[in-house]
Every structure is written in structure tokens, then in C-alpha cells.
Design a protein around this ligand. Structure first.
Ligand SMILES: Nc1ncnc2c1ncn2[C@@H]1O[C@H](COP(=O)(O)OP(=O)(O)OP(=O)(O)O)[C@@H](O)[C@H]1O
Ligand SMILES: [Mg+2]
Length: 156
């Protein structure tokens, strides 16, 4: 069963990202599914904060990929936006594959475009508009039998 959250503001979505980040482990890969403006980048911004990333996260629409260095005691983060990639060949051509297998947490927007290149053992997140677009439903599926981190207040 996925964990289900309802968010009524971008601040709530960002806060969800912050608390989610506390449960992440080095090398975790998160796939963010959801339509335009569903809140994928907003959630990513929260994840980055929760991981202890110092730089502010912007939409990597024009760069496709942005790497963020970890703060003290935190984890680094790779932020991918596959919106402009046609398929897994583009993903491999960009050299993104090897970035998945590091200690950084990887967050991927528009993963459906490149799904064939992605591993199965991932955290899937689905953001959907509800209540005529007034709110978002955010479902988080952790892969089976996965231990989550308890990094407590290590990063705040
Ligand atoms: N509950 C909410 N959660 C997240 N964003 C919200 C919420 N309510 C309103 N918004 C607004 O919706 C927009 C979400 O933008 P964001 O860039 O996070 O979406 P996205 O899914 O990354 O879009 P794209 O597909 O273009 O990358 C922002 O303008 C934000 O202020
Ligand atoms: Mg985005």
C-alpha cells in the first residue's frame, strides 16, 4: 500500500519533501510521476532541504540535470528532468546512467520517458490534481522490504 498525503499548498508539498528526505538512504532513486505543475520540482526542493543541500533547487528544465553537493552530515542529490528526453537512448547518451549508482540521492521528474533505463528498486511517487486542481494527492510507494533510514535530526 502506498502512503497517501494530501497537500493544499506548495509549502505543504515542500514540507512533505523535507520529512521524506529524513527517511532516504545513500543511492536512493525517486521517480516523480505527475502532470505539468503537479508539484514535482516543489517536492524536490523540499527533499533537497531535508537532505541538507545548501543551494536552492530550481527547475532544471534547460539543463535536464543538476547535481547538488551535500551539506555537513547530509547527502548529495542529483535532480533530473527527463521531460525533453525522448527515450532511454537519450538518457544513456547524456551519461546519466552512471550517476544513479553513487551515494547521491537521485530524483527524476518525467521518468516515464526513460523508464526502460531505470532500475526497478526505486521509490515511486505519484502527484495528482484533486479537488478541481485546488489540492494535490501525493502517493509514495517504497520498494518492498526496504529499510528506511532513521537519520533523525542529523540534518536540519
Ligand atoms: N499543493 C501544491 N503543491 C505543489 N505546488 C503547488 C501546490 N498548490 C499550488 N502549487 C503551485 O503549482 C506549481 C507547481 O510547480 P512545480 O514546478 O513544482 O511543478 P512540476 O510538477 O515540477 O511541473 P513541471 O512538469 O513543469 O516540471 C507552483 O507554481 C506552485 O506554487
Ligand atoms: Mg518540474
Amino acid at each position: 500500500m502506498p502512503e497517501r498525503y494530501i497537500s493544499r499548498s506548495s509549502e505543504e508539498t515542500e514540507n512533505l519533501g523535507i520529512s521524506l528526505a529524513k527517511r532516504l538512504l545513500p543511492g536512493d532513486i525517486l521517480l516523480l510521476f505527475g502532470d505539468l505543475a503537479a508539484g514535482k520540482t516543489t517536492l524536490t526542493r523540499g527533499i533537497a532541504k531535508g537532505l541538507g543541500v545548501v543551494d536552492d533547487v530550481s527547475s532544471p528544465t534547460f539543463t535536464i540535470m543538476q547535481q547538488y553537493v551535500a551539506g555537513p552530515g547530509g547527502l548529495a542529490m542529483n535532480h533530473f528532468d527527463a521531460y525533453r528526453l525522448r527515450n532511454e537512448d537519450d538518457w544513456y547518451m547524456e551519461g546519466f546512467d552512471e550517476l544513479l549508482y553513487t551515494d547521491a540521492v537521485s530524483v527524476i521528474e518525467w521518468p516515464a520517458n526513460v523508464l526502460a533505463a531505470l532500475p526497478h528498486n526505486v521509490i515511486e511517487i505519484h502527484l495528482t490534481f484533486i479537488e478541481q486542481g485546488e489540492a494535490r494527492q501525493i502517493d509514495i510507494h517504497f520498494p518492498g522490504a526496504r529499510e528506511t533510514a532513521d537519520r533523525g535530526n542529523e540534518v536540519d
